[in-house]
Each structure stands twice: as structure tokens, then as C-alpha cells.
Design a protein around this ligand. Structure first.
Ligand code: CP
Length: 349
């Protein structure tokens, strides 16, 4: 594997995250627009708006009865064509905590199996009277396409192919800010000047694409650490530095963000072996010891313990993986409320 460090801070546009694999969306949920398809729609102001609203929903989630009537009478559909534990359950929990009705779609037990098209499926569900559709699909750009087929409902991208996973980036920004504040390391609302490394399979990662957009919008310095075969073919337009030497990067970080090896998306042999990947890029106990005191260890899940992160490292006090999951519910409440909210006070239901 290649080692050593290269630095490429780039400013072009052709393959920037948010524009790589799907048409850029023209709608954004903030500022009166209807859908959440890409972090690129939000900008720093939109991200901050969601962060501020999330503070309220973290408080709601801490109540004995964590429920408010804000979306009473609204119906939210989770339309997942790909596996999910965190995103699906946290969106459905978020909708229920806002008193919305939730419809769950499972492609494996739907009429898709009888040959019904995606468009007919979406329009059938819309005809039942819904207010939001949360879409996960292996195809980049599918949520954007769905947003063109529906007339009333909001469309939320819950992860499309290699393209984007905007609510993951929002919950990651929120978690970084919350945790570094709690450790007395960061007082500014944004992520100004924070040093974040995203390590691993960037090439196939929608989490990395949305994360780069969000972290950069909030002022963080981002380093991608990966073997050349797991980086995108072009990094033109990515506001990042690149390194192939994890151990030289770790001592300079506020946050190390591990990515799962997306073996379901690897159609070529991109690595000599998993063992060699772990030996070079895995966050072992010894490598975690190179991080400055107070630095955060993050991972979007699902975690492959023993591959990109050692099992014991995932459980260190500096690992905030479960905080990410917990904040995911509040962030998704904020997104749903912002898109569908009726202006009802956040009172107890
Ligand atoms: N992080 C994430 O998207 O996890 P799931 O695939 O379990 O939803």
C-alpha cells in the first residue's frame, strides 16, 4: 500500500461532493423550500438553523414523555430500498415523537416484487395522502428523482448510493459541537478551525461526501486519509487535504472519523486484503493513543469492529458513536419539524 503524505487543497467544481453522482437539487428545506436532498442546499446558515432547532429537540428527548404535538395529523413514510438500522429507526422515532403518523414501506414485501416501477410505487403512496417521504436507495440521485414525481410531500434523502447522506452530516456536526463544548475545547457555534480527518473508504461513501460539505461549510479543516484506491477518481472541488499516513495525521486532530469499508459497493479488488487495510489504516489501540487529549473518535455505523476500528477503541470514552446515534433522533426531529412544522409550540403532547 502507498504510504507518505500528499496535500491537495483543491477548488474546482467538476466532482465536488454534492455534484458528483446526481443532479444538484434546486430545492432546500431551509428558507421556505420543501425537500432535503443535499447538504449543498443548506450552506452554513441552513446547517446552523438545524443545529439551533436540534437543541430544542434534545431537550424534548430528555423529558419523561419525549413527545410533542407539532406534527399531529401529518403522515410520514419511510421508503427504504436498502438496509438500515440507525437512519430508518431514528427517522421513525423522530416522526412519532413529533406525533406524526408513520407508514413503513418494505421493498421486499411490496408490489415492487410483482414488477411495479419505482415511479408507480411513489405515486401510489402519494395518493394515500402523505406529507413526507424519506428515501434510501442504492441509486445515486433517486431521492432527487422522487422529488420530481411527487407534488405535495417533502422528500428527504436518507442516503442515495455513493452520493449523499445529509442527515448523517447534520447529526455529526451537532455531535462534534456538543461533545467538544462539553470537553471545554470548542466554544464557537461553528466548527471554525477544527481539524477533522475522515479515514477509510471515501470513494464509496455518501457519508464522506455530505460530511465534507457540512464540515467545510462550518469552517473545519478536513484531511482525507485512505489508500489511493479508496479515494474518488478526482478530488477537484473537494476542500480537503489528502494523506496516506494515518499515524502522522492523528496527533494533529480534534476529530478522527472512521468509515466502514463498503464491501457491497466494491466491484473491483481495491485492496490487497482486509488484514493489510487494518494494518495500515485501522484505528488500533496504539494509534488511538496518538490522538491529542479530548479528541473525538466518530463512526457513522454500522461498525466493523476489528477492521476499520479496534473493538476496544470503539468503546473508549473518547468514542462518541452512541452519542451520534442519540443525536440522530433529535436532528431528524428538527428536519421534519422544519419541513412540515405547523408552528405549534413544543409543549408536552
Ligand atoms: N449510518 C447509517 O446510515 O446507518 P444505517 O445504514 O444503519 O442507517
Amino acid at each position: 500500500m502507498t504510504t507518505g503524505t500528499t496535500t491537495t487543497t483543491t477548488t474546482g467544481a467538476s466532482t465536488a461532493p454534492g455534484s458528483a453522482s446526481a443532479p444538484a437539487s434546486t430545492d432546500s428545506p431551509i428558507g421556505g423550500r420543501r425537500h432535503l436532498l443535499s447538504i449543498a442546499d443548506l450552506g452554513a446558515e441552513g446547517i446552523e438553523e438545524v443545529m439551533k432547532l436540534t437543541d430544542s429537540f434534545v431537550e424534548v428527548s430528555s423529558r419523561a414523555i419525549p413527545k410533542v404535538p407539532a406534527l399531529r395529523g401529518k403522515t410520514v413514510v419511510s421508503l427504504f430500498f436498502e438496509e438500515s438500522t440507525r437512519t430508518r429507526l431514528s427517522f421513525e422515532t423522530a416522526a412519532r415523537r413529533l406525533s406524526a403518523d408513520v407508514m413503513t414501506f418494505s421493498s421486499s414485501s411490496s408490489s415492487i416484487k410483482k414488477g411495479e416501477s419505482l415511479r408507480d410505487t411513489v405515486q401510489t403512496i402519494e395518493a394515500m395522502g402523505i406529507d413526507a417521504v424519506i428515501v434510501r436507495h442504492a441509486g445515486s440521485g433517486v431521492p432527487w428523482q422522487v422529488s420530481r414525481w411527487v407534488h405535495g410531500p417533502s422528500v428527504i434523502n436518507a442516503g442515495d448510493g455513493w452520493h449523499e447522506h445529509p442527515t448523517q452530516a447534520l447529526l455529526d456536526c451537532y455531535t462534534i459541537r456538543q461533545q467538544l463544548r462539553a470537553r471545554g475545547i470548542q466554544s464557537a457555534p461553528a466548527l471554525d478551525g477544527l481539524r477533522i480527518a475522515i479515514v477509510g473508504d471515501v470513494r464509496h461513501s455518501r457519508v464522506a461526501r455530505s460530511g465534507v460539505l457540512a464540515f467545510a461549510a462550518l469552517g473545519a479543516h478536513i484531511t482525507l486519509v485512505a489508500p489511493p484506491t479508496l479515494l474518488p477518481a478526482s478530488l477537484v472541488g473537494w476542500p480537503v487535504e489528502v494523506s496516506h499516513d494515518l499515524e502522522s495525521v492523528l496527533p494533529k486532530l480534534d476529530v478522527v472519523y472512521l468509515l466502514r469499508l463498503q464491501q457491497e459497493r466494491m466491484i473491483e479488488a481495491l485492496l490487497p486484503s482486509l488484514r493489510e487495510y487494518t494494518a495500515t489504516y485501522g484505528l488500533t489501540r496504539q494509534r488511538a493513543g496518538l490522538l491529542p487529549e479530548g479528541a473525538l473518535i466518530m463512526h457513522p455505523g454500522p461498525v466493523n469492529r476489528g477492521v476499520e476500528i479496534a473493538a476496544e477503541v470503539a468503546d473508549l470514552p473518547s468514542s462518541v458513536i452512541t452519542n451520534q446515534v442519540a443525536n440522530g433522533v433529535a436532528v431528524r426531529m428538527a428536519v421534519l419539524y422544519r419541513l412540515l412544522g405547523s408552528g405549534v409550540e413544543l409543549a408536552v403532547a
